[in-house]
Write a protein that binds this ligand. Structure first.
Ligand SMILES: O=C(O)CCC(=O)C(=O)O
Ligand SMILES: [Fe+2]
Length: 273
């Protein structure tokens, strides 16, 4: 895969997890990473879009310190952070009906500057299930026909926070933003398809919902083809980082009322362009 970056200086071994997305990295301690190893991780992150670090058992303070090495930790409207740990969101089992994440999405796309990345650390896992999947939005773009790529050039869509607002019982002004449906990653300079769930990515700019839906629905379904996906079965202590600018993800809720707790931190990104 041509990723437009050089990885020749990388010394940290990464094991690709699929032919499309994701790599696993063992033998590093995210809580005490030297600068050279951190530079390696940055290259691998841009190359693989999703990095899996087994057995880290990252505590909240260490997770926030590690996150701060990537950029500014974001504070998203409508969510409540852990006491004493601003920016650290504790994901819990809200029940299948109330989960905002059991659909393909990238995070907080209704913001003018959605997060560049998300860092999840497993705390309590159900006895089975609760996997998370990611898909590769570079591939989704590259697999479009030349005609479709041309047609989408410069087209923007409305992204709105209605789904998250509903789940969190937030009734005042619901944030929204317009973003290009084909965005250029600010670091790899590759183009990625940027769409979302129909309730989040509602319509093309200056077009009605009815006019927009057929093509937006196609682009959404086209993104999550099985050969563009990595599905992670969480193990205790796992930490996973993903690039929110070139992936979507989907949290599978198949664990009933079992406890599932993960700690989540996001890093502020650029305005999609
Ligand atoms: O619970 C998960 O596995 C992921 C949830 C999610 O979508 C997120 O943290 O952004
Ligand atoms: Fe998410």
């Amino acid at each position: 895969m041509n990723v437009g970056i050089t990885t020749s200086a990388v010394r940290t071994p990464a094991i690709p997890l699929t032919g499309a997305i994701g790599a696993k990295i063992e033998g590093v301690d995210l809580a005490s990473l030297d600068d050279a190893s951190f530079r390696d991780l940055k290259s691998l992150f841009l190359q693989y879009c999703v990095l899996v670090f087994p057995g880290q058992y990252l505590e909240p303070r260490a997770q926030l310190s590690f996150a701060a090495r990537w950029g500014d930790v974001s504070i998203t409207p409508m969510v409540t952070y852990a006491d004493g740990f601003p920016g650290l969101l504790q994901l819990t089992n809200r029940g299948k009906e109330n989960t905002p994440t059991e659909n393909w999405h990238s995070d907080s796309t209704f913001l003018e500057r959605p997060p560049a990345m998300t860092i999840l650390a497993a705390r309590t896992l159900p006895p089975m299930g609760g996997d998370t999947m990611w898909c590769n939005q570079y591939l989704a773009y590259e697999r479009l026909s030349a005609g479709m790529k041309d047609m989408l050039e410069g087209v923007r869509a409305r992204f709105c926070g209605a789904r998250l607002a509903r789940v969190h019982g937030h009734t005042s002004a619901i944030p929204e933003a317009y973003h290009p449906v084909v965005r250029t990653h600010p670091e790899t300079h590759r183009k990625a398809l940027f769409v979302g769930h129909p309730e989040t990515c509602t319509n093309f700019e200056n077009m009605t919902v009815a006019e927009s839906r057929p093509l937006l629905d196609f682009l959404y379904q086209h993104s999550a083809r099985p050969d563009a996906i990595y599905r992670h079965m969480w193990r205790p202590g796992d930490v996973v980082l993903w690039d929110n600018r070139c992936t979507m993800h989907y949290a599978v809720h198949d664990y009933g009322s079992e406890a599932r707790n993960l700690n989540r931190v996001t890093i502020i990104g650029d305005r999609p362009a």
